[in-house]
Design a protein around this ligand. Structure first.
Ligand SMILES: Nc1ncnc2c1ncn2[C@@H]1O[C@H](COP(=O)(O)OP(=O)(O)OP(=O)(O)O)[C@@H](O)[C@H]1O
Ligand SMILES: [Mg+2]
Length: 298
């Protein structure tokens, strides 16, 4: 029997700008909550680039069925000195692809889409062959319906959605399913523009899809600055300028107290997770997670 949890809070990690740390923050906050706070998390990889899926698959030694033939040719063995050591991969055919294929969502089982990686971590993997139409509005409610049909909120503490950087039907699918959204932002001179644009998109989606927001809200958790390069004094000044800009104040945008600090391992190793590392950036991550949990409970 499945242990009763939740009701899960559904949270979209979103910014319609690319390369601002959405995927990294989704993975690091979620993994920290699962492994240090004993929370059950369902990750949903909505980005056709599938970077979140690749990170978790590397860590837990998974691959997708679709890649089976290709990988059998290339792997199965690794060279370790003179001896070839067999590495056994686990294969799954769970994927988000089925969820967004036009058809009946009610026919889909949990196993069709969800892969359980351990007691606390599950994922709806993105698929590398995902070439599904981004211009098919009939798929917008599929994720919402799937979460409801399987009462997924009762099984998890958090459902984290890693959103793609471009506006599409997936953006709508993510936001109509979400209770909150959080906005990773790289501090640069275009940040205010990006935050403003997202604010408008959220308002528009709430307006066009009112039926999903009766009796529930879609709240902004705030902006988290992500330091994708070594921070310097110029960056600190820029952050202050952004926070204090009149546009941001007018919109009532909140910011997290701490930035997601620079960590040189992140861009190099997909299977690297701060929580399992010896990095002192764990302390900084802990402060972000504390603030994250506080804001969700407010
Ligand atoms: N704190 C950090 N320190 C150093 N590098 C980072 C940090 N956070 C993210 N990165 C790196 O910055 C790059 C962009 O991050 P990420 O993929 O998370 O952004 P994204 O917003 O999801 O991008 P996309 O829009 O393409 O989905 C990646 O190479 C990632 O490893
Ligand atoms: Mg991403």
């Amino acid at each position: 029997m499945t242990e009763v949890r939740g009701p899960a809070k559904v949270i979209s990690f979103i910014n319609m700008k690319g390369g601002v740390g959405k995927t990294t923050l989704t993975k690091e906050i979620g993994y920290f909550l699962a492994s240090r706070r004993n929370k059950r998390i369902l990750f949903i990889d909505l980005d056709p680039q599938s970077n979140l899926t690749q990170s978790f698959f590397r860590k837990y030694n998974y691959s997708q069925e679709d890649l089976l033939e290709v990988e059998e040719e290339h792997s199965g063995f690794i060279n370790s000195g003179d001896t070839r050591v067999s590495v056994k991969k686990n294969y799954t055919n769970a994927s988000i692809h089925k969820l967004f294929t036009p058809g009946k969502v009610s026919d889909l089982s949990k196993d069709d889409c969800i892969l359980n990686l351990n007691d606390n971590i599950s994922i709806i993997p993105g698929t590398l062959k995902s070439v599904f139409s981004e211009r098919n509005s009939s798929i917008e409610n599929h994720l919402y319906n799937y979460v409801n049909n399987h009462k997924l909120k009762e099984e998890y503490d958090y459902i984290f959605i890693d959103c793609p950087p471009t506006y599409s039907n997936y953006t709508i699918a993510a936001l109509i399913t979400s209770d909150f959204y959080i906005t990773p932002t790289r501090p640069d001179s275009y940040s205010v523009l990006g935050i403003d644009m997202l604010d408008q998109v959220v308002k528009q989606i709430k307006d066009h899809h009112q039926v999903y927001f009766t009796g529930r809200e879609l709240k902004a958790l705030g902006v988290v600055f992500t330091d994708l390069q070594q921070p310097n004094t110029g960056i600190q000044k820029l952050k202050t300028k952004i926070i204090q800009s009149s546009k941001i104040k007018d919109l009532g945008i909140r910011f997290f107290d701490r930035s997601f600090v620079y960590n040189s391992h992140l861009p190099k190793q997909a299977e690297y997770f701060i929580t399992d590392s010896m990095s002192n950036t764990i302390e900084e991550l802990t402060i972000i997670v504390d603030e994250f949990e506080r804001r969700v409970k407010e």
